[in-house]
Design a protein around this ligand. Structure first.
Ligand code: NOJ
Length: 724
């Protein structure tokens, strides 16, 4: 049997790193009001795209100003976005499609595990395999530019963030490694990636001023500004830009700016972050597009934006930028032609490099009609196996009490006598997979959400199928010799039959969930559907109650975690369309769980950074990132000396007896019982450096460096240090 020896090698810390900043506003704020006039956009020299850059320059030099404007303006159609074409020069429109977990919204594609779930595997191999398999589906659907991945924005400053699950981890280092691998491997066969959302996109509430369609709009009127994320220079580099820096290093072709303001300037127009940090300092030679409706003036082109999305589509809902209005601004001298010349080169160069030699497939989906499967599927059979494998490797065993033969693993399939499948979350969603996700309603607290596999918004994707807990475990009962007892109640219903089914069973699986979505932050971190009541009802009747949680982040478990009959708790994340398919291997001990939490699981909302979502009904709301490099996750818990329920990196292994201790003297993910192995973990100079605002560079400081290796951020038994 495989033994998992958990490891964590992120605890290289400097004393100085964990101190709060005296001055929350260093360089970024000192330079406030940084529009294009303050810091000019650098012209691209091509970077790694030597051939593509030469071809793009040759093409753009032949273009009229109208044609350059067309290449740098957004359109819509079959795809959620396009760039404009120049037929006489053979420049085609480029199809853009969401998103981080699927080709959205297309039929006949896979709904992959969410990034937060892939992040819970801590596996470079699986993150790479996911990237390659996703890229194949994007390409086969005719997409030129994937609006993916989310590279640490949101990072997860607040556990309430509606889109935290679209990113890999609330830890900037783990996020940055996954971003590098994903961009490199999604782009390996020509697909272009978009690292998003640059920068400081840590809340959904008041993300847009033109918030006519979103219920977080407090006025329902097109007034008021986007939330202003105020973060200092050091925090920018060490936390929020780190994952983007790795995406750029991996060669991301595009970057999408965010909806929020950044230190007072609309992010899409912010010259300091785009012209200076991104294009100059990080040496990004690709193209920056706005988020859909993130442009508020054509001056954003001066501030570093290269494409305004989605132009004036959707009846001007998102404003009227790029196109004719940009042409007018160029003619009036408000935007110089050289800027649009460079923007067109930046947009075409990576595409010509990555896709120039290939016959690219025609677009075969239509965002305007997702009700029918008009095109053949592009799914490959082996992708289902990969999705399941990621799901299995991502399951985090949060809690396990193996005394008296209870807990996990369950008795073997032919020995177990009866198993209850309880809670609406164990079943198919009665109204179908597309009845919430994007459009068409929401997975509300009071609806039956079924086995919940994904959050909502542009990070969602239409699943081809979903394997519910009930479907999967009934199949297991057929293989084994146990009876299945069922009840699909939610916690707001009369639970007498629910209790009876639990009482009749040797073990009871209770499926609970919580939904998160783009457009809204979570109102709280409690379970949906009266989940706490379900768990307590099962535990009052069955002494082997096992809880399965599907959510994109932390949910409170305090109401029942100490109940003696709650013998095991599994966090299954948002696993994509294989749904509960990962569970049998874990439950019956075919595989030992090896998922590790990519975020901190608190005991209450109060333990997290306070007021991390700016909600005030203000005309110009401000989110002050005064905590600086303490971030919002494990840094914060350490700073506050707060004991979480489960620390960052936590994840148990079920095949070790209760009292087993692991002696860690190295790091490893494959060991036989009794075997030891020495493993090296390369650290880059940057990993040991701090960002110096004065020097505008990474500095390796003299002092003591402390390292910890262990299973989680609160348990790093191997300590080492050295001094420079
Ligand atoms: C808005 C989202 O913020 C972004 O992530 C997405 O790519 C665009 N809409 C396009 O759907």
């Amino acid at each position: 049997m495989r033994l998992f020896l958990p490891f964590l090698a992120l605890a290289a810390t400097l004393g100085a790193l964990s101190a709060p900043l005296d001055e929350p506003s260093a360089l970024l704020l000192e330079r406030g009001g940084h529009l294009g006039g303050d810091i000019l956009a650098p012209n691209s020299t091509g970077g790694v795209w030597t051939r593509g850059f030469a071809k793009a320059r040759e093409l753009v030099e032949q273009m009229t100003i109208e044609e350059k404007v067309n290449v740098t303006s957004g359109y819509t159609g079959f795809c959620v976005g396009y760039t404009g074409e120049v037929p006489r020069l053979g420049v085609k429109p480029l199809c853009m499609a969401d998103g981080p977990s699927s080709v959205r919204p297309s039929r006949g594609v896979s709904q992959f595990p969410a990034a937060i779930t892939a992040g819970a595997t801590w596996s470079r191999r699986l993150i790479s395999a996911r990237a390659k398999a996703m890229a194949q589906e994007f390409k086969d659907r005719g997409v030129n530019i994937a609006l993916s991945p989310v590279t640490g924005s949101p990072l997860g400053r607040s556990p309430l963030g509606g889109r935290d699950w679209e990113n890999w981890s609330a830890d900037s280092y783990l996020s940055s490694i996954a971003s590098f691998i994903t961009v490199r491997d999604m782009q390996a066969n020509g697909l272009a990636c978009t690292a998003k959302h640059w920068l400081g996109n840590e809340q959904e509430t008041r993300r847009r001023p033109f918030n006519r369609s979103e219920d977080n709009d407090f006025t329902k009127a097109p007034i008021g500004q986007s939330v202003d994320s105020r973060l200092d220079d050091r925090t920018t580099h060490e936390l929020y830009a780190l994952s983007f820096a790795e995406a750029v290093r991996a060669g991301t072709a595009f970057i999408m700016s965010s909806y929020n303001r950044l230190n007072g300037t609309q992010a899409s127009a912010d010259a300091l972050s785009q012209n200076y940090i991104l294009k100059d300092m990080l040496n990004f030679h690709g193209s920056v597009m706005s988020d859909w409706g993130g442009t508020h003036s054509n001056d954003a082109y001066n501030g570093g934006m290269d494409i305004s999305m989605p132009g004036n589509s959707y009846g001007g809902l998102f404003g009227n930028f790029g196109g004719a209005s940009l042409l007018a601004d160029i003619k009036a001298g408000r935007v110089p032609e050289w800027r649009i010349h460079d923007a067109a080169i930046r947009t075409l160069a990576p595409i010509l490099e990555l896709q120039g030699d290939q016959q690219w497939p025609e677009v075969s989906f239509d965002v305007r009609d997702t009700t029918r499967s008009l095109y053949p599927s592009v799914r490959k059979p082996e992708t289902a196996d990969l999705i399941r494998e990621i799901g299995e490797e991502a399951v985090v065993l949060l809690h396990n009490n193996r005394s008296a033969g209870l807990g996990l693993p369950l008795k073997p399939r032919h020995v177990l006598r009866s198993l209850a499948l309880l809670g609406e979350g164990a079943f198919d969603k009665p109204t179908g997979w597309t009845s919430c996700g994007q459009g068409g309603g929401s997975c509300s607290e009071y609806s039956k959400n079924g086995t919940l596999t994904m959050g909502g918004g542009s990070g969602w994707g239409i699943p081809s199928y979903i394997l519910s807990g009930a479907a999967v475990m009934q199949h297991e009962a057929r293989r084994g010799a146990f009876d299945i007892n069922l009840d699909a109640s939610d916690g707001y219903m009369n639970l007498s039959n629910f209790r009876m089914q639990a009482r009749a069973s040797e073990a009871a699986l209770v499926f609970v969930n919580a939904w998160s979505t783009e457009g809204n932050d979570r109102p709280n971190i409690t379970l949906f559907g009266g989940g706490d009541r379900l768990v307590k009802a099962a535990a009052s009747e069955c002494n082997n109650t096992i809880v399965v949680i599907n959510s994109g982040g932390v949910v409170l478990v305090e109401d029942w975690i100490k109940h003696e009959n709650v013998t095991a708790v599994l966090y299954a994340g948002f696993p994509g369309q294989e749904g509960a398919g990962a569970l049998p291997a874990i439950l019956f001990g075919d595989k030992s769980p090896s998922g590790k939490l990519p975020f901190t699981w608190g005991r209450s909302l109060d333990q997290y950074l306070p007021n991390s979502i700016a909600r005030v009904p203000d005309i110009a709301p401000v989110a002050n990132f005064d905590e600086g490099t303490l971030g919002g996750d494990w840094h914060w818990f350490e700073y506050k000396n707060a004991t979480p329920r489960y620390a960052f990196g936590h994840g148990l292994s079920s095949d070790a007896p209760q009292d087993t201790t692991f002696e860690i003297s190295g790091v490893t993910v494959l060991l036989q019982p009794g075997e030891t192995q020495t493993v090296t973990f390369p650290l880059r100079r940057k990993d040991l450096s701090v960002w110096s605002t004065d020097n505008q560079n990474w500095m390796l400081l003299s002092g003591d460096y402390h390292f910890g290796v262990g299973g989680s951020s609160d348990n790093a038994p191997v300590a080492a240090s050295f001094s420079f």
